[in-house]
Design a binder for this molecule. Structure first.
Ligand SMILES: Cc1cc2nc3c(=O)[nH]c(=O)nc-3n(C[C@H](O)[C@H](O)[C@H](O)COP(=O)(O)OP(=O)(O)OC[C@H]3O[C@@H](n4cnc5c(N)ncnc54)[C@H](O)[C@@H]3O)c2cc1C
Length: 466
């Protein structure tokens, strides 16, 4: 790290003691959910619909988490284009489409199965509408900071917001923070990164450019395919539609690098956005950072923003159609693919993905490729997998009775997470844990004793595919 950026070691200036204090209890409900990303939103909606009271806390002033980073929704279909995730996710997509927030069809994206282009601003609106319509009590700009437990498990979370420290009491808790913040406070055993060296996937600050002539881009690539080094089926995808999702052109990047452009990542990764000429750029790459550590997160933000002008100049100079591209917005924060993964009652492994195993406690399907933005290799490793089942046991943290985890901090190996981490499976996990939390309240049982058959029955009744 450069001199003026703190590393974890630099941050050691000793300790202070914080005296015990009283904080006001500002809310109370059956289920408390930490984090309003794809998993947390769906968990909140489905728990509330089961008749329990739900409080959702979100540190931002909007919902959607990484779904608002201009990214398309991936993981909805298998490699053959067959839909594998429905239920409340279909309802969400329908609502997005009604408000012009999702493209009318999936965009062909042969490397990563087909994807749904969405509008991040409409995502924020629809997520909030769904949550409020369901009757969820929402606390924005409110961050989890501590937790209180008794012999039955967690009873209170302590939050920090503009009013200071406050408390919220609950009976059952869902950690949808993406970083397993709540599980970590409870000392649930945690894994980070690759088994061999603990390095997680690299991080990316995504940004939007406008003024791209996508027709001219497509024409140029299709006229001279040998110049662009794309995966063969990607040319057909460009022919299929005016919208695109592109991963490739490594030869352009190499050429630019030789000509002095400090491009950190070996491929062009761009995707159309809803407005004409608006394109997501997913090429900033910062490696070797563990973004559940505050200093690494700061470092990643600083370095990412430095890369944006470089990427923009590269695209303007080397990519056809991008000559007049202008930077319009960057995402609200750096996009973090992987931080803490809980140790759960079961840990999803790569072999099970490869074999397409659907275990007895499957609560959602996934068939997205293993997509590793290498922690050190400056590239993406992709491996296609068949459709497999996500076991409910991966969402049950070890050692805490009234907590479930949904989203990218589930119990999975580094490699398995690289498949299951995309938005559609995260939303499907959210739906399942929302129902499961309500069942735990209804039946007065702990997380490990939730009736899986009943959970699966309700999921099916709600249209989910398992
Ligand atoms: C750069 C990048 C590109 C990606 N590309 C795609 C793609 O093209 N398609 C796709 O489908 N997926 C993609 N993904 C993956 C996907 O976006 C995420 O894995 C998914 O959003 C995870 O959902 P989640 O709900 O678990 O977590 P998140 O989306 O991270 O949501 C977590 C929420 O919790 C809140 N939160 C966190 N900590 C606290 C706290 N302590 N207190 C209160 N609130 C808190 C956050 O603000 C956030 O709203 C990408 C991810 C990244 C980083």
């Amino acid at each position: 790290m450069s001199n003026n950026i703190m590393s974890q070691q630099d941050c050691n200036f000793g300790v202070v003691t914080i005296p015990a204090c009283e904080v006001s209890i500002i809310d109370e409900s059956d289920v408390i959910i930490v984090g309003g990303g794809p998993a947390g939103v769906m968990a909140a909606v489905s728990a509330t619909r089961m008749g329990v009271s739900v409080v959702l806390i979100e540190r931002n002033g909007f919902l959607g988490g990484a779904m608002t980073m201009h990214l398309p929704i991936q993981g909805l279909v298998d490699r053959n284009g067959k839909i594998i995730i429905k239920g409340v996710v279909s309802e969400f997509i329908e609502l997005l489409r009604l408000q012009g927030g999702a493209y009318h069809k999936l965009t062909l994206s042969p490397q990563t199965n087909n994807t749904l282009i969405i509008d991040p601003e409409i995502v924020k609106i629809v997520c909030q509408e769904m949550v409020l319509d369901a009757g969820v009590k929402l606390h924005y700009h409110t961050m989890l900071s501590d937790v209180r437990v008794d012999e039955n498990g967690i009873n209170t979370i302590i939050v920090q917001n503009k009013s200071g420290r406050q408390a919220i009491k609950g009976r059952f808790f869902i950690d949808a923070s993406g970083d397993a913040d709540l599980a970590d406070l409870l000392h649930v055993p945690i894994q980070v990164g690759r088994e061999k060296d603990g390095l997680p996937q690299s991080v990316t600050l995504t940004f939007r450019v406008d003024g791209v002539d996508e027709d001219s881009m497509r024409r140029a690539i299709l006229a001279n395919p040998e110049l662009y080094n794309l995966y063969e089926p990607a040319y057909a995808a460009l022919r299929d539609d005016r919208k695109h999702c592109l991963v490739g052109c490594s030869n352009l990047v190499e050429q630019a690098q030789k000509e002095g452009f400090p491009i950190p990542f070996g491929k062009v990764v761009t995707c159309s956005l809803m407005p004409e000429g608006a394109v997501l750029v997913n090429m900033v790459h910062i490696e070797n950072v563990r973004c559940h550590e505050a200093s690494d997160l700061s470092y990643a933000e600083i370095q990412s923003r430095k890369q944006i002008p470089v990427m923009l100049k590269f695209l303007q100079r080397y990519m056809p159609g991008f000559e007049r591209a202008v930077l319009t917005t960057s995402s609200h924060e750096v996009g973090v693919r992987e931080t803490r993964r809980i140790s759960g009652e079961y840990t999803l492994q790569l072999e099970e993905l490869r074999e397409g195993i659907k275990p007895f406690d499957t609560i959602a399907l996934s068939g997205y490729p293993v997509d590793i933005h290498s922690p050190d290799g400056k590239t993406v490793e992709l491996e296609h997998v068949p459709v497999y089942g996500i076991p409910f046991r991966c969402l049950i943290p070890k050692g805490v009775d009234n907590l479930l985890v949904a989203g990218r901090s589930l119990s999975a190996s580094h490699e398995a997470l690289a498949s299951v981490r995309v938005m559609a499976p995260c939303m499907a996990m959210g739906q399942a844990v929302g129902i499961a939390a309500a069942l735990s309240i209804r039946d007065g049982c702990i997380n490990r004793d939730i009736d899986i058959t009943e959970l699966q029955k309700i999921l099916k009744q709600q249209g989910a595919l398992i």
